[in-house]
Design a protein around this ligand. Structure first.
Ligand code: ZN
Length: 248
């Protein structure tokens, strides 16, 4: 993209005024130059897509293969009653276009697997984990490491959630911290939990892009909504991690 394309219009300067005072025009331009893949358009994907689109990320790709179900509506705020039966990518695309037409949006309606993951990741600068299962999460973790793409992990269950940011070859990856997958299940969840966790992931993304603050790298943030407590646990790379210990 040319430099001119990356410059902010007068309307964008006005639109983002309340955050430009925090990020600077340069920071806002960086958001505009960034392409982010959001894996999952469900409970976590909803706040992640929403806040990244509103923040003015230039290019967003959303990957999800599900159709909206009635039982999604307690938490998946991108999808509304009238969307039941529609593809989540289609529903998400409609909402993002209505929220912020400055965002260039791509959608991929497929289940991410070994055969398509490289195509899905494409030229993304960053990947946000808004998935609901560890098998796909491990796959994206490996691909993010292989392509040297920062990976923003989030996961939720019930009143609990966690966030960690992974800088490939520098900081602990998902597999370093969780060598084995928890059992797959239909987990209970209140909508506010992914609201909290997705919002923290977006905060991490904005910090990373604009070079502000301290990332949740080598630190796992645990949110306990019932206790009203947030804990941060120090974690470190596993030198024999099966995902990140090879190569570098
Ligand atoms: Zn690792």
């Amino acid at each position: 993209m040319s430099e001119v394309m990356n410059m902010l219009t007068k309307e964008e300067l006005n639109r983002y005024r309340r955050q430009i005072s925090l990020l600077g025009e340069e920071g806002q331009e960086k958001l505009k130059r960034t392409k982010i893949l959001i894996a999952g358009a469900g409970g976590l994907g909803s706040p992640v897509v929403t806040y990244l689109a509103l923040a003015g990320i230039g290019r967003i790709a959303i990957a999800d293969d599900d159709v909206v179900e009635v039982s999604n509506l307690n938490r998946q705020i991108l999808h509304w009653s009238a969307d039941v039966g529609r593809k989540k990518t289609v529903s998400a695309e409609e909402k993002v276009r209505a929220m912020n037409s400055y965002v260039e949006l791509e959608t991929v309606s497929c289940k991410i697997d070994e055969t398509n993951v490289n195509d899905v990741v494409g030229d993304a600068d960053l990947i946000v984990d808004a998935l609901d299962n560890f098998s796909t999460r491990y796959l994206l973790n490996r691909v993010a490491i292989a392509h040297n793409i920062p990976f923003f992990h989030g996961a939720v269950r019930g009143f609990y959630g966690q966030v960690m940011t992974i800088i490939p070859h520098q900081t602990a990856c998902i597999r370093c911290v969780f060598p084995d997958s928890p059992p797959a299940e239909i987990f209970p969840i209140i909508g506010a939990t992914p609201g909290v966790i997705g919002s923290i992931q977006v905060t991490e993304v904005i910090k990373y892009i604009t070079g502000q603050g301290e990332l949740l790298t080598d630190r796992l943030l645990l949110w306990d909504g019932l206790a009203g407590v947030t804990k941060v646990i120090l974690v470190k790379r596993n030198p024999s991690c099966e995902d990140c210990s090879h190569g570098k």
